[in-house]
Design a protein. Sequence first.
Length: 205
Amino acid sequence: MPGGPKLLKYFNRLFESGADTLKIRMKIEQHHLSINPYSRSGKLLHEVKTIVMHWVGNAGSSAEANRNFFESRKDGRQGYGSAHYIVGIDGEVIECIPTSEAAWHVGSKSYTVYTRSYLTDGNPNYCTIGIEMCHPRSEGAFTYATLFAACELAGSICEEHHLNPYRDITTHKAIVGWKDCPKHWCENPWELQSFQRKVAGSMGL
Ligand SMILES: [Zn+2]
């Protein structure tokens, strides 16, 4: 798999040249979790209404390391939690859970008005797809390589499920209200709008 500083430089150049509509086919590596109650229940999604973006919150960690953390939860000692995809710092993408199944990425005791009124399925885990993004530093800004790959990934999910990127891509924070995830986007809300625009561009909208 390509990676490292060379690939990052390449992405930075593309991004800075305003290549909004460039189609770059990201390679998605399927490395599915074992079926277990804590990170991959095997329960099916009821429908796909929204894509929820997250940060991993563990600066400098790789997509593979985060996938393995989800896998390690199967023994039940580290609580519940997972996501469908993890996008790494160099733009690598790991699919942890097939998108026909639910991931445990937005469970909460309370939800926002948006979730209660729009994602009215009781538990938004059953109608959302979760994408985790890795980040090099603790302040949580994402690399261009991560943003590019996440954009391509989100665009393909939007196309498959007939989602509108402006309406149907949101943050963990917008779902639960209390969690600052992804941190950098909570502190810089225009970053989500910019991402939605890039996804729309990648879809030719
Ligand atoms: Zn999150």
